[in-house]
Ligand binder design. Structure first.
Ligand SMILES: [Zn+2]
Length: 491
């Protein structure tokens, strides 16, 4: 018998055991909630989502308690938990094994016996999380602690929050026996955070037929809260492409008591300083241009004015500088960025080493080439002792998703209604997601973590004390349900 099938049999039991060990749903339900703006009651084609959102808070807490820090990931137990939740609803999920101890989960709600895969809608989230530095957390990162209306834990937002919301929406379609006009597919991926051997690339290569779709919703965009209310929703339709470059300085090793001019530590430090102070030229992709046009209308007057001036001949350059300086996100949306991240040099305090190295993490705008960046950096460093070497495992350049598709239209309309008229803006993320792989397979994939989040909470993703306001989670479940219902339920 295949391990796949054994796991499926065990999955139901695992979910029951986990539910018994983690009676969190009740605690979560009693928590205080900070208020969320734009919370107007809108009739839900999939029914009232507040009850299932409460259930989903419990699933989210349980998922946080299953440590899937990647590396090593060990997502299989989380995959079994998810398939167990689905099994209780009468939905048969399949575990797709990618590596020992690692699995993804896929499940489908059918619209017809032979539905057109190019119409299908895929709900994607990942099971793994980035690791934690426990000493820097004020609570147990895997304890799912609820405090002041927040649920704390690694993955609370990224991406177990989205996973639990997808699960709630998928299950609500099943419970309400919604008549679908297209198949809706649930996919929980593994190994997203390192994009490694067990990631969606591998899943697509081995199992594409199990989740082939024309449209997808995934992480990547956010509902941005400023001064207590939703300012805009960024719907990710494209993403930057990641590369790493090694900077290698070489010289003569020797006794530190007699310093030489060719000390590689000195040459490396000088090169890194030049690169760190360098800004690549500005280029507006069409998505970023539309983003700033829309954002200018809802920003403070002063910032809005500069945003509108960025492509004017007289004040453009100054405006670009003002906007870049105002936000690292905006800066990175309008140019290639190069961040020195790792330095390696030296063998002993009294030895001049023969070699010193640094790593540069480069994020290219879609359409730019790494050769041009390498060329520019070589000219900038201009030191024969320093070499730049492109590293393997570069990111993936994929086409952007269309801003004209029906699905993009539905997402934009629903979020504007649900968040008090705050606009939906097309968003080019500076970070990478599984959507690049999907876009390469003709999927119109959009990134939207549907929870309204302030900067204060967004910056905790991949950081310390990650948390989600439970009111935001509940609201996001409702918003996602409305998006999916409008697009996939026959009216
Ligand atoms: Zn993520």
């Amino acid at each position: 018998m295949k391990w796949n099938r054994i796991v499926q049999m065990l999955a139901g039991t695992a979910a029951l055991l986990l539910a018994a060990n983690f009676p969190v749903s009740a605690q979560v339900a009693q928590a205080e909630r900070p208020g969320i703006p734009g919370n107007s009651p809108i009739p839900m084609p999939a029914g009232d989502m507040s009850a299932i959102a409460k259930e989903a808070e419990g699933w989210l807490a349980d998922l946080i308690k299953i440590n899937t820090s990647n590396p090593p990931g060990n997502e299989q137990i989380a995959a079994m938990y998810v398939s167990g939740i689905l099994a209780k609803e009468g939905i048969q999920a399949e575990l797709l094994d990618t590596a020992p101890g690692r699995s993804a989960v896929v499940a489908r709600l059918r619209s017809a016996a032979m539905a057109d895969p190019s119409k299908a809608l895929l709900l994607v989230a990942h099971l793994d999380t980035v690791p934690v530095d426990k000493s820097r957390w004020s609570v147990d990162p895997f304890g799912a602690v609820v405090k002041d209306g927040y649920l704390y834990g690694r993955g609370a937002i990224d991406d177990k929050g989205m996973l639990a919301a997808n699960l709630a929406v998928f299950i609500s379609l099943k419970r309400s026996m919604a008549r679908l006009n297209r198949d809706v597919i649930f996919l929980a991926t593994d190994d997203e955070e390192t994009s490694g051997e067990a990631s969606i690339r591998n899943l697509i290569a081995k199992h594409w037929d199990k989740f082939a779709a024309g449209f997808a919703i995934n992480e990547g965009g956010n509902v941005f809260v400023k001064n207590g209310k939703v300012q805009y929703t960024g719907v990710q339709a494209d993403e930057k492409v990641a590369y790493n470059i090694a900077v290698i300085a070489r010289g003569t090793s020797g006794h530190a008591s007699q310093p030489t001019k060719d000390n590689p530590v000195v040459h490396l430090a000088a090169a890194v300083a030049k690169i760190g102070n360098y800004s690549a030229p500005v280029r507006f992709t069409s998505i970023v241009r539309r983003y700033f046009e829309g954002l200018a209308a809802v920003e403070d007057d002063d910032i809005g004015k500069w945003m509108r001036s960025m492509e004017t001949p007289d004040r453009g350059e100054h405006a670009q500088r003002v906007i870049s300086d105002a936000s690292p996100l905006w800066n990175s949306m309008m140019r290639d960025t190069i961040a020195p991240t790792v330095l390696t040099a030296g063998v002993a305090n009294n030895v001049i080493p023969a070699e010193a190295r640094a790593n540069l993490n480069v994020r290219l705008l879609p359409g730019d080439t790494i050769d041009r960046v390498l060329n520019d950096l070589n000219k900038l460093v201009n030191d024969p002792q320093v070499k730049l070497e492109l590293q393997p495992n570069a990111g993936l350049a994929a086409p952007s998703s269309s801003l004209e598709s029906d699905f993009y239209g539905v997402i934009s309309k629903v979020v504007a209604q649900e968040f008090g008229g705050a606009p939906a803006l097309p968003f080019q993320s500076t970070w990478l997601t599984d959507s690049a792989q999907l876009r390469l397979h003709q999927v119109q994939a959009y990134g939207l973590v549907p929870f309204p989040l302030a900067q204060e909470d967004l910056k905790r993703m991949h950081g310390d004390d990650e948390r989600i306001p439970l009111a935001s989670f509940d609201k996001g479940v409702g918003v996602l349900a409305k998006i999916v219902s409008e697009f996939a339920v026959a009216h």
